[in-house]
Write a protein of this length. Structure first.
Length: 201
């Protein structure tokens, strides 16, 4: 069962690529959800107020893939798709690449634009630290406090990571389990008396 994926460790530094007096600024960001997109683009617009095009592509997910490629005013498929193809070429996910263009007065033509956006995205990714992460499943275990020792013993034995815990008369622990180990962990808790387990998104 494939339960790893490649992404970038942290945001890239700014990459600058010049073509016929146009300047292209490349940025890569780790991305966990589409909601992060707006603030990243707003920051780049403040950083480059004279730019005309903020083209980008992103990919999210491991089993269900979500992606977008945006030309932002450039001729159709000359910016977003060349950027996205670099994400595919490096086999990455949970990543956003933005290329900001400052127009220098000379038109590049369709071929020139495709080449410039592709090259900027490629140089940006080459500057990044690429890492492998595991695909994880989150579970919430619910139980009465009297059963805490039983639950904690399994967590310790299986070296399970705890994300959140609420300890009271009734307890809830959110755990993170690597996908390939998830069915076994689920079965252990599911078969225990007075203990409930459910997956959370």
């Amino acid at each position: 069962m494939e339960d790893t994926y490649k992404t970038i460790a942290y945001s890239s530094s700014e990459i600058i690529y010049k073509e016929k007096s146009s300047t292209f600024y490349g940025y890569a960001f780790p991305l966990e959800s589409e909601t992060e997109l707006k603030s990243i683009l707003e920051t780049l617009r403040k950083q480059h107020p004279h730019a005309v095009h903020y083209c980008y592509a992103y990919q999210l997910g491991t089993e269900t893939i979500l992606y977008r490629a945006i030309d932002d005013g450039e001729p159709s498929n000359t910016a977003g798709i060349p950027i996205y193809r670099q994400i595919q070429s490096f086999s990455l996910t949970n990543i956003l690449i933005v290329v900001v263009r400052i127009f220098g007065g000379i038109k590049l033509g369709v071929g020139g634009l495709i080449s410039a956006y592709k090259t900027t995205a490629q140089l940006t990714l080459e500057s990044c630290e690429i890492i492998e992460k595991t695909v994880n499943i989150h579970y919430v275990i619910s139980f009465d406090y009297k059963n805490i020792n039983k639950v904690m013993r399994v967590i310790k034995e299986k070296k399970i990571e705890i994300k959140n815990q609420k300890m009271d008369f009734s307890c809830e622990i959110e755990i993170i389990v690597r996908k390939k180990n998830a069915p076994i962990v689920f079965e252990i808790f599911d078969s225990m008396f007075e203990i409930a387990i459910k997956s959370v998104l």
